[in-house]
Design a binder for this molecule. Sequence first.
Ligand code: HEC
Length: 157
Amino acid sequence: MTQVHANKSIKSIFGVTLMAAALGITACSSPTHPDVKARQDIMKNYGDSMKVMGGMVKEPDTFDAEVFQEQAAFLAEESKTPWNHFVDAEAVGNAKEEVWSNNDDFIARSEDFQQASAELNMAASTATSASDIEAAFGAVGKSCKSCHDDYQVETDN
Ligand code: HEC
């Protein structure tokens, strides 16, 4: 009984310390605008998902319909999410100024991408081999790249 009690207080002290540390870090080393962070996190997830699917396209022997479908469904769903984090022109990040000065085109590209992702998801839902999704996957990849070419400041990403 005593031991359980002691254990608990250690845990809660530890918790408080951790929280303070986390707050400290946030307060002094995070100048990133929340919109920039949110959309970069989403884009990073796109990258991870594309890597999983791209690996199966490159090595068709490794095609796993279930995993591919999961990733394609994830991408189709997430393809809708970053755009409201590109509204505030103060949230610059690695976005080019054209995101805002040429916003109609930027939005059109984001819609093309959502369309391409929806088509990939559809193709994936009945796919039994990599050749069934290759074209749709290529179209998504092109859509990512064409937007980055025009609207993302070159980085190592
Ligand atoms: C309509 C435009 C558009 C489309 C489509 C798009 N991106 Fe991006 N992406 C951007 C912009 C703009 C940035 C820079 C955002 C920032 O740093 O504020 C970016 C950033 C990124 C980053 C860097 C994130 C970081 O940590 O800084 C990755 C990775 C990325 N995109 C992957 C993808 C992938 C993969 C796809 C397709 C599946 C995709 N993007 C589709 C516009 C787009």
